[in-house]
Design a protein around this ligand. Structure first.
Ligand SMILES: O=C(CCc1ccccc1)N[C@H](Cc1nc2ccccc2[nH]1)C(=O)O
Length: 156
């Protein structure tokens, strides 16, 4: 715990002095939210940009996609597929964009899986939690939402 006021603040934070009380507080430069406690980790961005690859299954919220009118694969088969896609990408046997365009069961497949910029409260909870944990350029492990299984690449 560093309460040394000289130590540099983590990325994205600025130190401020309250005009009314003279007390020091800390401002997240992305979200403009403030806090009294000295931050120990970089400020969370207000928005991130991610691409993803989605593999749906028969129990998905909408078991249909541009690829397949009636998706019959089981959850187990879907998880196996997304793990194999991740292996191909990590080993550089295929590019994220190509796999997304060919294999993703989301309409974003047409754009290499790109979902654009989004803030908290816009995507399904499990997807949001993982997306905001990622560093820029990082590829997530498979995560599950009601839509199916995803791997997420944070791009901005
Ligand atoms: O909801 C959409 C569209 C997502 C989208 C956002 C922004 C640009 C392009 C697409 N497609 C669903 C599948 C799906 N479920 C998701 C859950 C979280 C993030 C992306 C997702 N994609 C479906 O097709 O059932």
């Amino acid at each position: 715990m560093s309460n040394d006021t000289e130590a540099p603040l983590p990325e994205g934070w600025e130190m401020r002095t309250s005009r009314s009380t003279g007390m020091t507080y800390f401002l997240n430069m992305y979200t403009k939210k403030s806090q009294w406690e000295r931050p120990e980790v970089p400020a969370e961005p207000g928005e991130v940009r991610c691409s993803h690859i989605l593999v749906k299954h028969s129990d998905s919220r909408r078991p249909s996609s541009w690829r397949e009118d009636h998706i019959k694969r089981t959850k187990e088969e879907a998880l196996d597929l997304i793990k194999n896609y991740r292996k191909q990408i990590v080993s550089n046997d295929a590019s994220f964009t190509d796999v997304a365009m060919k294999c993703s069961d989301c309409s974003s497949a047409k754009r290499g899986g790109d979902l654009g910029m989004f803030g908290r409260g816009q995507m399904q909870q499990a997807f949001e939690e993982e997306a905001f944990k990622l560093k820029v350029g990082q590829l997530s492990k498979p995560i599950e939402t009601e839509s199916g299984f995803h791997i997420i690449l944070r791009t901005v």
